[in-house]
Design a protein around this ligand. Structure first.
Ligand code: NAD
Length: 327
């Protein structure tokens, strides 16, 4: 069925992949991207579909603006990727995280409250569970939330507001909690882009603490596929409100750094251990069997996804260097 969507944060990492794939798969849908264009955004990611979407620069916390878009474009669903997303930044200053992740989400809730036919697809994170030990079972959607960082606390707060609005006002909404994403378009500051960029420049690669922290890395396209699958569920009859998305293939951070170096033919000696992140989560793992019952399954092998990601950053760095030379 045709849909009219607002994709918030659509000029960021995951949001841009979602938009590019959605326009390709569903060319008859109306896609409006609402993005504040923070440092993490790059509008040029959307260039290939610029003629097929409407791009609006703005803040999700601007309720009047979101209302206007919903009414003007007869929106059916808001897919909310917009967020401040970097844990280290949240440790330095949590204020922007509260603005976008909490106040911004509440503004979207207010809009769907006033427009009961509009569905809210809220993208959350596995980080809301907090960390688990090496031998602990994977987290389930019914588990208690123990966020560790200001970032994950703000995401947990947003989820609570969405769940409260479902219960109190009967809004149509779902929440997804995905594991760490990797792939092209991710902001330079994040872990895998940092390793790749430093390795390509033969610079020391900073790895927090012992490097033994584990993450379940999902290719960004596989995450987007899961979102598309959940979008097809009839939320009015389906009582499931929260879906975990993960691929059950954990790697230690140190292993990931070594894999990137091996793929680039660079020495492991570039790895430099640095003081651990404050409150650094040890391990995340989610049970995504429920999402798999919908027919979704991840497709990308980690090494293939890493190779693709490396090539993307290599090309991007080359373009950036040539721009500097042109000045
Ligand atoms: P990102 O930081 O790359 O992109 C966020 C986008 O949101 C940017 O384009 C930014 O300009 C925009 N934005 C920020 N504040 C805004 C505001 N007030 N109004 C409108 N737009 C605003 O983030 P990402 O990695 O693409 O993550 C997208 C979503 O997925 C986030 O909600 C994040 O919590 C969640 N998530 C991310 C990961 C991951 O590994 N990256 C994993 C699980 C869940």
């Amino acid at each position: 069925m045709r849909m009219n969507l607002i994709v918030t944060g659509g000029a960021g990492f995951i949001g841009s992949h979602f938009v590019l794939r959605h326009v390709d798969q569903y060319p008859n849908d109306t896609v409006v991207v609402l993005d504040k264009l923070t440092y993490a955004a790059d509008k040029t990611f959307l260039d290939p579909v610029a003629d097929s979407i409407t791009f609006i620069e703005g803040d999700i916390a601007d309720q009047a603006l979101v209302t206007d878009i919903v009414e003007k474009h007869a929106i059916d669903v808001i897919v909310n990727f917009a967020a401040e997303s970097h844990v280290d930044n949240s440790i330095n200053d949590a204020t922007p995280f509260l603005h976008t992740n909490v106040i911004g989400t509440q503004a979207l809730i207010e809009v769907v409250k006033a427009h009961p036919n509009v569905r809210l697809f809220h993208i959350s994170t596995d980080e809301v569970y907090g960390d688990i030990g090496d031998d602990d079972p994977s987290c389930n959607v019914g588990d208690a939330l123990h966020p560790s960082s200001p970032y994950s606390a703000s995401k947990a707060a947003a989820e609570m507001l969405v769940l409260a609005a479902i219960r109190t006002f009967g809004i149509q909404a779902v929440i997804t909690r995905c594991t760490n994403n990797y792939g092209p378009h991710q902001a330079d500051e994040k872990f895998i882009p940092t390793i790749i960029r430093k390795a390509l420049a033969d610079e020391p690669i900073p790895v927090y603490g012992t490097g033994k922290n584990k993450r379940d890395w999902i290719y960004v396209g596989d995450h987007c596929d899961a979102i598309e699958t959940i979008l097809t569920v009839d939320w009015k009859t389906d009582q499931r409100l929260i879906f975990n998305i993960g691929i059950d293939r954990e790697f230690e951070n140190l292993e990931v750094a070594k894999m990137v170096l091996d793929l680039l033919g660079k020495p492991h000696e570039l790895i430099t251990f640095v003081e651990d992140r404050k409150g650094h989560d040890w391990r995340y793992a989610v049970d995504s069997s429920e999402t798999r019952t919908l027919g979704w399954a991840p497709k990308k092998e980690f090494e293939d996804g890493l190779k693709e990601t490396i090539e993307w950053y290599r090309h991007r760095m080359k373009v950036q260097r040539s721009r500097i030379c042109d000045v």
